[in-house]
Design a binder for this molecule. Structure first.
Ligand SMILES: [Zn+2]
Ligand SMILES: [Zn+2]
Length: 135
């Protein structure tokens, strides 16, 4: 496949994804709300070693919370790029909004729906819903 290209908001970090995503999921958990400033994160999951940093590797910073998985940001603009413990974890979610071209896909799973906020409404999109993480 043609690699997917992605960038952070300031453009200093550029990366590519060389494998197809195996699942598109939206995570509604409290951490994803905080890091996104919105309802959560929408990600495509891929093997960690299919994510190649092209430029800006020195700007990447990884936050490791006491609970939940590590999240990686651009330290200049704050864009959250990857989660799930990348690069140590076998699989990692790539935040779809960081891809340069709109990714043609629909959400297949809503994760951590127990953390849906009072101001948030889950869409009737037919996607699977999980209380916590997906099995
Ligand atoms: Zn940046
Ligand atoms: Zn989450």
């Amino acid at each position: 496949m043609t690699p997917l290209r992605g960038t952070c908001l300031c453009g200093a970090v550029r990366f590519e994804v060389t494998d197809p995503f195996d699942r598109i999921g939206m995570c509604h958990c409290a951490s994803c709300k905080k890091i996104s400033g919105g309802a959560g994160t929408v990600s495509g999951r891929v093997r960690s070693d299919a994510i190649r940093i092209l430029v800006g590797e020195e700007l990447l910073t990884t936050y490791r919370p006491d609970e939940g998985s590590a999240k990686t940001f651009c330290s200049r603009c704050g864009t959250n790029l990857f989660g799930g413990g990348w690069p140590e974890s076998p699989m990692a979610p790539v935040r779809l909004p960081t891809l340069d071209e709109p990714y043609e896909a629909t959400i297949e799973a809503h994760l951590f729906v127990r953390s849906v906020a009072p101001w948030e409404q889950l869409p009737e999109d037919g996607a699977a819903r999980y209380d916590g993480r997906a099995p």
